[in-house]
Write a protein that binds this ligand. Sequence first.
Ligand SMILES: Nc1ncnc2c1ncn2[C@@H]1O[C@H](COP(=O)(O)OP(=O)(O)OP(=O)(O)O)[C@@H](O)[C@H]1O
Ligand SMILES: [Mg+2]
Length: 307
Amino acid sequence: MAGFRPPNSNLEHYKQGSLLRTIAVLNQKGGVGKTTTVVNTAAALAMLGQKVVAVDLDPQAHLTIHLGVDPKQSGPGVYEVLTKSANLAESLVEVRPNLWLLGGNIDLVGAESELVSVVGREIILREALETVEDSYDYIMIDCPPSLGLLTLNALTAAKEAFIPVQPHFLALQGFGTLLQTITLVTRRINPALKVTGILLCMYDKRVILSSEVKADIEQFLAKARETDCPWSGARIIPVHVRRNIKLAEAPSYGKTIFEYEPKCNGAEDYRTVAEYIHSQTGAESERQAEPVVIGEDESVGDVVEKA
Ligand SMILES: Nc1ncnc2c1ncn2[C@@H]1O[C@H](COP(=O)(O)OP(=O)(O)OP(=O)(O)O)[C@@H](O)[C@H]1O
Ligand SMILES: [Mg+2]
């Protein structure tokens, strides 16, 4: 595994004994790489021997389809857990070695209105996931492109939020609303929630705009560093997922990138993202985290070599 060390210690909850990492992958902007990130990072973590649950909170059910499961025939999933008190452990389907899916389907569109009069409707997913938390190492939640009740359930259940960003024109439009929502959730429902990673997806370093957007985000995060806001410890994950056509092709075959084209750039990038994420867990649990600031322009190779 690559020798990454975490750039900071923003993972306080590991010090409280629990090694489970529950990560909501969200951005209300559509098509930025949320689902691609959850599928391939979850698959890579599973290949590292971690027990991983992938949760499809999106009525589009792209995560479910991408993992090769037919949403119409997948049995109970997120919808049934949220609205019919289905048992979470019994709703998980083992889709690959070490990788379980809590499937989504189009019925989720109605969940929001069905739950409108239910007391505590934003904590249903958290309570359900708590019933299995001793059995898994990672739970990754793929959120829909909105900030409604489904995303709220994810933010309430998660300890961490990852925000994939596609560095293009208006990439940061809506960022303020997203962070405001996260702030409200931390104040009112889930004080443990932190934004831990911003992942640049579909990155093309030849395009000036990509580095401009990256610089804007870095500046924004730097300003937050001395504050106590939920993203004060957030970093741009030092692996940028390059634009790679194989990543766009893999979903229609119901395959992860490692099954579809294991040697392509997309597979290399997501493998390295997973190694980075997992190195944070290892470092935190071993209490060995010395702050290491990874330089802005270093490539993945540089970082691995230095660590
Ligand atoms: N690095 C990449 N290179 C090329 N294509 C990509 C890459 N990442 C994702 N894609 C493609 O871009 C499209 C959007 O990606 P994805 O579905 O992961 O985004 P999303 O944020 O989950 O979208 P939505 O908001 O609709 O849920 C998909 O067709 C996907 O296959
Ligand atoms: Mg998606």
